[in-house]
Design a protein. Structure first.
Length: 377
């Protein structure tokens, strides 16, 4: 794995188009190799990556050093790319852009894979989070220092920073609302399934059927259905519901997210240790008390696992709501696609990825904390 990652990084860095220098944000650019742009400095990330791969074969502190070198290689590549972009744009018009080329993305992927491979070989579970945090801090520091200002994605982010910030807040609101709707659907279904095997089979089949329908197709199906409902009950329009916009997106995303929540809740209720349930019954507890004091607390880790899946799914799927006018970051993504502006697509999509990773990490930590507390109880 380490050798393949280094080979990908080195091949992309030395043989792929590192930057595409374009006259403006919409026209294709002229490819430029890293060696032509940076000279001997292009070999700095290569040397750091090779040293990291060699040191990773040792144990103990050597692997931590290898992980640090892999991260340094990635940050060095980013810093050198910013410097190369500034040099390539010198003397050109203000509309000229330095776009990230396929070589950069290939090398960045290889270096990131190298860091993750080394982190996986370190016994500590903190290795991957630590390198992730270090890379994030390093990239933010480079961005704030102005070292990346000449890169086209940074130019797009500066020009549309206010709109991206508003879209980010709206995206969070949409994702949170969809997740609450999914919980509102999953909780009663899980309770009914817990009480009846037939209800469990019916609910699982219905929610599973939704998963096989593509999200865009589901949104398209919901538009005429909502039009019929709103036509039959006009008072619903007073509540802010509409056939286009946020309503079909929220309903569709909630239907998708309901399945992992439903299965997690049902598993938490049904997979409780039988010995604990029998002991509670022997003490004279009612079924309601057993659910509240035994089944639900012991099933919390399973619930948080399902919530983690649903949260990540919701954050991603809300992006597709931009197709039906829901707003959020999806609206910016699809606007950029209509303009054939790949850098704006990257700027709008990157926060979605960051939000999904943050939600996954936070809920995974909460799940592990609950399991640890149950082990101490």
């Amino acid at each position: 794995m380490r050798a393949a990652a280094v080979a990908l990084a080195v091949g992309s860095l030395l043989g792929g188009a590192w930057l595409d220098i374009a006259p403006n944000r919409l026209l294709p650019g002229r490819p430029a190799l890293a060696v032509d742009l940076l000279g001997a400095w292009a070999f700095l990330p290569v040397a750091l990556a090779a040293a990291a791969a060699l040191l990773a074969g040792r144990r103990g502190a050597w692997r931590w050093l290898a992980l640090a070198l892999a991260g340094a290689a990635l940050l060095a590549a980013a810093w050198l790319t910013g410097s190369a972009a500034a040099g390539a744009l010198a003397g050109r018009g203000p509309a000229a852009r330095a776009m990230l080329g396929a070589g950069f993305w290939g090398a960045a992927s290889g270096l990131l894979l190298l860091a993750l491979a080394i982190a996986a070989e370190i016994p500590s579970r903190r290795a991957a989070p630590l390198i992730g945090a270090a890379l994030a801090i390093g990239l933010v520091t480079l961005g704030l220092s102005g070292a990346l200002d000449a890169l086209s994605p940074v130019v797009e982010a500066r020009a549309r920073g206010d709109r991206i910030a508003v879209a980010l807040v709206e995206h969070l609101r949409l994702a949170g609302t969809a997740l609450l709707l999914a919980l509102g659907l999953a909780v009663p279904l899980a309770w009914a399934a817990f009480r009846s095997r037939a209800a469990a089979q019916a609910a699982d089949a219905a929610l599973g059927l939704v998963q096989v329908v593509p999200a865009i197709a589901l949104f398209a199906l919901l538009i005429p259905l909502l039009s019929l409902v709103l036509g039959a009950v006009p008072a619903l329009r007073g509540l802010g519901l509409s056939a286009l916009g946020a309503t079909p997106a929220l309903v569709g995303v909630a239907l998708y997210a309901a399945l992992p929540l439903f299965r997690a809740l049902l598993a938490g209720l049904t997979q409780t240790d039988p010995a604990a349930v029998d002991a509670a019954r022997a003490m004279g507890m009612s079924e309601a008390r057993i659910v509240a004091e035994i089944r639900l607390p012991l099933g919390l880790p399973l619930f948080f696992g399902g919530l983690r899946v649903a949260a990540v799914q919701t954050i991603g799927l809300v992006t597709l709501g931009g197709l039906v006018g829901a707003g959020g970051l999806g609206a910016v993504v699809f606007e950029a696609m209509s303009q054939f502006a790949p850098d704006l697509i990257l700027v709008a999509a990157a926060p979605v990825v960051a939000l999904a990773m943050a939600a996954d990490g936070a809920l995974l930590g909460l799940e592990r904390l609950v399991r640890r507390l149950e082990g101490l109880a």
